[in-house]
Design a protein around this ligand. Structure first.
Ligand SMILES: *Cc1c(COP(=O)(O)O)cnc(C)c1O
Length: 235
């Protein structure tokens, strides 16, 4: 068995175990394999092991991989998990199935305008800064409701939920706090009638905490593909 398929199996086993502990069904948590910086060979190993959803952080890098796997397009799901700049929205709208880190209405409007008619709606989440001043990415918790309302009105986007990247913490209790905050913001949206079903939270080092707080998509890179090497990155 190759390493990637072995890692995928151990992450799946951890998901099952934590879900049991949390009293959740294990198919309520989707594993997104974050393949940024890794090549198409690594992704192919993932596909061979049954992994079909992949996350990318950099638009140009993601698009070239999506193009490589175009013949399997219907089988695979591609998630843009990084923040999106205005000049990259067209590629995201044309190639990706999901965008996890929306933090500006202007970007959402461009994605909506540029989403080709032959593709279904782009599935989106709003990125929220749940760690206070320490983190620069994502909107403030008090801004979520207004941005959700504006995005929900865009016909070619489907608002699925919220995502966050908290500051790293080294114990379970501190890891859970920002995830609990994201979950409560998500529940507020549901109470207002938004049909959101996605909490995109948890990475290699904090997936337990995220699942215990209700994550429905965990985004795992190093835990599947190993350490990243950024020395050749160009985007
Ligand atoms: C890189 C990245 C991940 C995966 O992180 P790992 O620590 O490698 O599991 C998840 N989410 C986002 C937004 C990322 O940029």
């Amino acid at each position: 068995m190759n390493t990637i398929s072995y890692h995928l199996q151990s992450i799946q086993a951890r998901i099952v175990q934590i879900c049991e502990q949390a009293g959740r069904s294990s198919d309520s948590v989707q594993l997104l394999a974050v393949s940024k910086t890794f090549g198409v060979e690594a992704i192919q190993e993932g596909i061979d092991a049954g992994q079909l959803a992949f996350g990318e952080n950099y638009v140009a890098e993601g698009v070239s991989k999506i193009q490589h796997f175009m013949s399997q397009r219907g089988l695979l799901a591609w998630h843009m998990i990084g923040p999106i700049q205005s000049n990259k929205t067209r590629d995201v709208a044309q190639y990706f199935d999901w965008a996890h880190a929306l933090d500006r209405l202007k970007i959402a409007q461009r994605l909506n305008e540029q989403r080709p008619d032959h593709l279904g709606a782009l599935q989106v989440c709003i990125a929220v800064n749940v760690s206070g001043q320490a983190s620069k990415s994502g909107i403030k918790p008090e801004e979520v409701m207004a941005l959700a309302g504006a995005i929900a009105a865009l016909p070619k986007l489907t608002l699925r939920g919220l995502m966050c990247i908290p500051e790293p913490a080294d114990n379970l209790c501190d890891q859970r706090k920002p995830f609990a905050l994201l979950r409560s913001l998500w529940e507020d949206l549901q109470k207002k009638g938004y049909p959101v079903d996605t909490l995109s939270m948890g990475m290699s080092d904090d997936l337990e905490a995220a699942i215990l707080e209700g994550a429905t998509i965990i985004r795992i890179g190093r835990g599947i593909f190993g350490a990243r090497d950024y020395s050749h990155k160009k985007d």
